[in-house]
Design a protein around this ligand. Structure first.
Ligand code: PLP
Length: 388
């Protein structure tokens, strides 16, 4: 058996994407800033990719900026907004949540260290932020809200439209990390009043190392990286041509297959949750209502285990899954998301994430869920045997 069920970590690059990007590594390798034919050819390819990504999220092509990864997009958005705030002497209060990805938490912590007031919203048992707490946290000094679209660890999709409307009503800059949502959930910036949004190519079948930052036209944000004028100065540096072509093609395909893909992933998700939660020691984490979860995303806690053991057990049977609690040189690093949700430390240790993608079949996922159920039960039983 060989089944890849770690699509929230990264996805396989689509054949069509490889075909599209390849000529830009071999024959069409010009610098897009050159004015000769090779350069013009490269520039035209970037323009096409920009439009393809824009179409995926309902944006204008001029609002799409390519970056080296989702991590950079989050940093450029949060710190770029902060630079604008500081230069214009606006209030230095940021509202974010305790379950953001490290690439959102990192810049927020950096701002706190620079004297910003940072409010970390709590989340409930399923990982949802509390909209009343958000409303109550806003003060005259609040100049930025940064709340993710969908959580990578527990799959919970935030009430994103309500969040954006609360921000808009108070004229507060709103950034969202939509890295886990792209390609699985319809993104539409014509309806969602966010100023900035991050995407990452490798989560929707483009290669690793290419991201996008959507910046709404005239959004009040300044660059934090300086160099040439590429990507309108937002992310200067000679463009990663082949990867930009790749993310454009991947975005086009993601848009074309969105409905069918989400439908299939919902069905797989339902099957896997049903099977896995039949086991006594297994508890689903994140949103219970599948309409409020990333399609294909299943996350569980297996009582009395350590996530890394579960991943190794599954790997031994040819199934790739992940865990957020991993053994490190300093012991076991527990997930900040599960801790923030309120799970006790011993439960946080035994987390497993099983995430399907468009290349998975229902049949193989059903079989994999069966194997995982047995492995989880066995591991939990083994670990609870008292030492002699
Ligand atoms: N944001 C979220 C929610 C993610 O899951 C990830 C990657 O796992 C990132 C940001 C970072 O994206 P990248 O790997 O492109 O830096």
């Amino acid at each position: 058996m060989s089944v890849y069920l770690d699509n929230s970590a990264t996805t396989r690059v689509r054949e069509e994407v490889i075909e599209a990007m390849q000529p830009y590594l071999t024959d069409k390798w010009g610098n897009p800033s050159s004015i000769h034919r090779l350069g013009r050819q490269a520039r035209a390819a970037i323009d096409t990719a920009r439009q393809q990504v824009a179409d995926l999220i309902g944006a204008q092509a001029s609002e799409i900026h390519f970056t080296p990864a989702g991590t950079y997009s989050n940093n450029v958005a949060i710190l770029g907004r902060a630079r604008y705030v500081e230069e214009n002497n606006l209030g230095r209060h940021l509202i974010t949540s305790c379950i953001e990805h490290s690439s959102g938490l990192g810049p927020s912590k950096h701002l706190a260290a620079r004297g910003w007031k940072v409010t970390y919203l709590h989340v409930d048992k399923e990982g949802f932020v509390d909209l009343d707490e958000l409303r109550d946290s806003i003060t005259d000094e609040t100049s930025m809200i940064s709340l993710m679209y969908a959580n990578n660890e527990v799959g919970t999709v935030q009430p994103i439209y309500e969040i954006a409307e609360i921000a808009q009503a108070k004229n507060i800059f709103y950034h969202t990390d939509a890295v886990q949502a792209a390609g699985k959930i319809k993104l539409d910036v014509t309806k969602l009043p966010a100023q900035t949004m991050s995407l990452s190519g490798h989560k929707f079948h483009a290669p690793k190392g290419i991201g996008v930052l959507y910046i709404r036209k005239d959004a009040p944000i300044l660059p934090i990286i300086f160099g040439g004028g590429q990507e309108k100065g937002v992310f200067p540096g000679t463009e990663n041509l082949a990867s930009i072509v790749a993310i454009g093609k991947a975005a086009e395909l993601a848009g074309q297959h969105l409905e069918e893909n989400s439908r299939k992933l919902r069905a797989i998700q339902e099957i896997m949750i049903k099977r896995l939660t039949k086991v006594d020691c297994v508890k689903l984490t994140g949103a219970k209502d599948l309409a409020r979860r990333i399609p294909g995303h299943v996350s569980v806690i297996v009582h009395g285990t350590v996530g890394e053991q579960l991943v190794n057990d599954a790997d031994f049977k040819g199934i790739c899954i992940s865990s957020v609690s991993a053994c490190s040189s300093s012991g076991v690093d527990p997930s900040h998301v599960l801790s923030c949700i309120g799970f006790p430390k011993e439960e946080v240790m035994g987390s497993a994430r099983i995430t399907a993608g468009c290349f998975n079949t229902e049949e193989e996922c059903e079989k994999a869920a069966e194997v995982l159920s047995q492995l989880f039960a066995k591991r939990a039983a083994k670990n609870t045997v008292a030492p002699v």
